[in-house]
Design a protein around this ligand. Structure first.
Ligand code: GDP
Length: 476
């Protein structure tokens, strides 16, 4: 069913219209695990003649100057719901005439939901037709000036004007329904396709990092094959800041070697310090960082990572970059006699990473030999997948269906009547994926809870190896 949202400042009659359209006293709870959300969003099935659609009613949008915080608290939820709707019924009060707040709502609506069809309803218009002084005409003219086309005069109380509303809504509702059906059929396909198309327009920034002699330059050459080097070493610097451009699977990749970062602790001035600074900046700018380790050394020392490598891995995640670990020089562990060393390395590194970054499960670990030119495909495949996950966008509908499931699996302390309650989740940003949970009630949910959401999102949506940020906002 297509979704229609009722919007308007307080007291214009949203609830009355909601009740008339849904023909029920009590409203269905909106699709979140928290029944208290009813105060903000009610959802029901509207019957208008032979039309059926979902109707959403919000108590949000209180834009009055005195209660700006109310708007701040509810606008997020309202906006999130509106994003899922195709049509908005924008109610104004036919008796009081147009108020400054109505104009604010209009502005907000136009800016926030350019995809939504808006019909202005002049409510409380019962008996106005009969007014010989032209009150209705005047009010309609005012309503027209909001810029959403011809208004419809209705009375949610008496039911007058609903036939007009039907005539006006029918084409929109039918069209929205058709579009939704078409969309649903294509949903998974389209999602992937558009994301991939979008990504290919933006070059992937890949940084190679690691201690000296682990084989970064060799790996860079292996990845680039015969491709052309875009810019040579910057003046004053050696190979450290070579930037190379190449294509992988239709995706342009900018690759930069950040050899210098290891020196940053020891060296405070001179070219080495400059190179360390460049390296840091290149890592911060990268979308994905490939941390290169030396397989032979791991086999000898029985230690997957030195302190510097471990702290780099942590820093990459902290900076919000995707991480791929590349274990190089596997050729030195070839042959039957090295089988146990090989399996030791292949087991130890993922374990170590998991221990080091418990909050980011699923960091890809690739075992290669750059010298033998083996592993280009494996490295680039994992880098590319990591980049896609880093750019992932999850629809609000999908996220809230997920939230409902998670909450029913793990009933939280806060939902038993004390503490903050989780109402709604939405993704506010990609690159890296960043989510906001809207909470209500006393206080906030604690960090453990936020980490739980992050790791569940990662697991359930396959976002391994990329940092996921989950923030909270209080909604009421
Ligand atoms: P960087 O300092 O990290 O850039 O390391 P280089 O790429 O300069 O490599 C350091 C040394 O390791 C060179 O002698 C390379 O030939 C060698 N090397 C790099 N990759 C491999 C590999 O996969 N296998 C082996 N056996 N040696 C490698």
């Amino acid at each position: 069913l297509s979704k229609v949202m009722l919007v308007g400042r307080p007291n214009v009659g949203k609830s009355a219209l909601f009740n008339r359209l849904t023909r029920r006293r009590e409203a269905l709870v909106y699709n979140t695990p928290d029944s208290h959300v009813t105060r903000d969003v009610r959802e029901g099935v509207a019957k208008l003649g032979d039309l059926r659609f979902r109707v959403m009613d919000t108590a949000g949008l209180e834009t009055s100057a005195g209660s700006e915080s109310v708007l701040a608290r509810t606008a997020g939820i309202t906006a999130a719901v509106l994003r899922e709707c195709q049509i908005a019924l924008f109610l104004i009060d036919g008796r009081t005439g147009l108020q400054p707040l109505d104009a604010d709502v209009g502005k907000w609506l136009r800016k926030l939901a350019p995809h939504v069809q808006v019909k202005v309803l002049l409510n409380k218009a019962e008996g106005m037709h009969a007014d010989a002084n032209g009150a209705l005409e005047a009010a309609m003219g005012e309503a027209h000036s909001l810029g959403f086309g011809a208004p419809v005069a209705v009375s949610a109380e008496s039911g007058e004007g609903l036939a007009d509303l039907y005539e006006n809504l029918r084409p929109w509702v039918e069209k929205a329904q058709e579009e939704m059906l078409a969309l649903q059929e294509e949903e998974s396909l389209t999602e992937d396709k558009t994301v991939v198309e979008e990504l290919k327009r933006v070059p992937l920034q890949l940084a190679i990092a690691g201690r000296p002699n682990v084989g970064k330059s060799t790996l860079l050459n292996a990845l680039v094959c015969q491709e052309r080097v875009l810019t040579g070493p910057e003046p004053g610097l050696t190979r450290d800041s070579i930037r190379v451009q190449f294509d992988y699977d239709g995706q342009t990749v900018y690759l930069v070697n950040t050899a210098g970062w290891m020196q940053r602790v020891k060296v405070k001035e001179g070219p080495a310090a400059l190179s360390a600074m460049h390296a840091r900046r290149n890592i911060q700018r990268a979308h994905v960082v490939a941390l290169v380790l030396d397989a032979e050394e791991i086999a000898q020392t029985k230690k997957s990572m030195r302190h510097a490598e471990a702290s780099l891995a942590q820093w990459v995640i902290q900076e919000g970059r995707g991480l791929v670990v590349v274990v190089n020089k596997m050729d030195l562990l070839s042959g039957r006699e090295n089988a146990h060393l090989r399996s030791l390395v292949m087991r130890a590194v993922p374990e170590e990473i998991q221990k080091l970054l418990p909050q980011v499960t699923g960091v890809p670990v690739v075992f290669v030999s750059a010298l033998e030119g083996k592993g280009r495909g494996a490295v680039m495949h994992n880098v590319n997948e990591s980049y896609k996950r880093w750019c992932a966008r999850l629809s609000t509908a999908k996220l809230n269906r997920w939230l409902a499931k998670v909450m029913s699996r793990h009933p939280r302390r806060g939902d038993k009547g004390y503490g903050a309650k989780v109402r709604y989740i939405t993704q506010v940003k990609a690159r890296p994926p960043t989510f906001v949970v809207f909470v209500s009630g006393a206080g906030k949910i604690d960090d453990t809870e936020l980490r739980f959401f992050a790791s569940s999102l990662r697991e359930d949506f396959g976002l391994g190896g990329v940092p996921i940020r989950v923030l909270q906002r209080s909604s009421r």
